[in-house]
Write a protein that binds this ligand. Structure first.
Ligand SMILES: [Zn+2]
Ligand SMILES: [Zn+2]
Length: 348
């Protein structure tokens, strides 16, 4: 029986889940962001202005959805090293709200509102809720836990730019996404995308999805940080609740170039249909990973027999705790697309 991993029916909606407007340190207004992204075929923007959550119902119409969101930062070692921001590790987390009208979120701290543009949005009621944040795994997990309880999807942003390593992210729980591509980091800091934190977390049983996003500020050194990385959501319509439900179910993939047109499994054979590309890979929690490379002409369809992989799993000396497979594609220019990770019970 054929089982669709990316839904068979529905529309593809292009989304940028990380953007900064004039409400924080971005150069474009929320309206300008909508206009520029719509010109390039986008339908969804999550407005993740720093440390503030501002709904944008005025931007929503039948062709455009604004997701209510924010990005919070928590600096390491603040009391020890002053004026040395560049030397500090930092957790940057995005919260995407399931409720479009939400304006408050766990972990809000007035100490982290450093931008004068953002200050007018801080209400006396918010000041009363102000918390102290700490750079340690337990404190961050506490914020993520409360976020999940209050209806937020939480993404760990640009761990490479944040100079974070395994010790910083491997203990995190309750994440929905981790950035594997951040255009701002690529164009400004010259860091390439990395899937290491994604696979490290997946191998530890955290059901986290790869997110490609712009983190655009559109000014100064970052003038060209738009339209480089995006997520494609497959859903029946563009209603807020429909899109959130698709994000929760994992009906999406991320990309910095290629398209994933079809993804399904039938009798243990995984089928992938893509835009023309150089390589299609299947990556798993163990060393099964397989790649199909283009020879004379680009690859647009690939098939992988996963039955030996399932057999290996049965032969494992001890049960594999968090088996998964995911698909990654590279096009002729070196741009990637990343499916989310699928657990074994979704494949059988
Ligand atoms: Zn950030
Ligand atoms: Zn950002």
């Amino acid at each position: 029986m054929r089982k669709y991993l990316l839904p068979q029916n529905g529309n593809f909606y292009k989304a940028n889940f990380h953007t900064h407007s004039t409400i924080s340190d971005g150069v474009w207004s929320p309206q300008k962001i909508k206009e520029e992204y719509q010109k390039r075929g986008y339908s969804i923007i999550a407005y993740t202005d720093h440390e503030i959550m501002i709904p944008h119902p005025e931007l929503c119409d039948e062709n455009f959805l604004a997701i209510t969101a924010t990005e919070i930062s928590t600096n390491d070692n603040e009391s020890v090293i002053t004026n040395s921001y560049l030397f500090k590790k930092v957790y940057h987390l995005n919260f995407l709200s399931k409720d479009p009208n939400k304006t408050t979120f766990p972990g809000w701290s007035k100490n982290y509102v450093w931008l004068k543009q953002t200050l007018p949005y801080v209400t006396p009621e918010m000041e009363q809720r102000s918390e102290t944040r700490h750079y340690d795994v337990d404190s961050i997990n506490d914020i993520i836990k409360r976020c999940n309880e209050e209806g937020f999807l939480v993404t760990l942003n640009h761990p490479a730019w944040s100079i974070q390593d395994f010790t910083d992210y491997s203990g995190l729980k309750g994440l929905w996404g981790v950035e594997v591509y951040n255009t701002g980091c690529v164009v400004d800091a010259f860091l390439n995308d990395t899937t290491q934190p994604l696979d490290d977390l997946l191998r530890r049983g955290v059901a986290v999805s790869p997110i490609a996003a712009d983190d655009n500020h559109n000014g100064g050194d970052n003038a060209h940080d738009s339209f480089g990385g995006w997520t494609v959501v497959k859903a029946n319509d563009l209603n807020y609740s429909t899109i959130i439900s698709a994000l929760e179910k994992g009906d999406f993939y991320s990309s910095s170039g290629p398209q994933i047109n079809e993804l399904y499994i039938e009798d243990g054979i995984l089928h992938v249909a893509t835009s023309p590309c150089r390589s299609v890979a299947v990556i798993s929690e163990h060393r099964f990973s397989r790649v199909i490379n283009a020879t004379d002409s680009p690859v647009t369809e690939a098939q992988f027999n996963l039955n030996p992989y399932f057999d290996n799993m049965l032969l494992a000396e001890k049960p594999v705790s968090s088996p998964y497979i995911r698909v990654e594609i590279v096009d002729e220019k070196g741009y990637h697309a990343w499916s989310r990770a699928y657990k074994i019970d979704e494949l059988k």
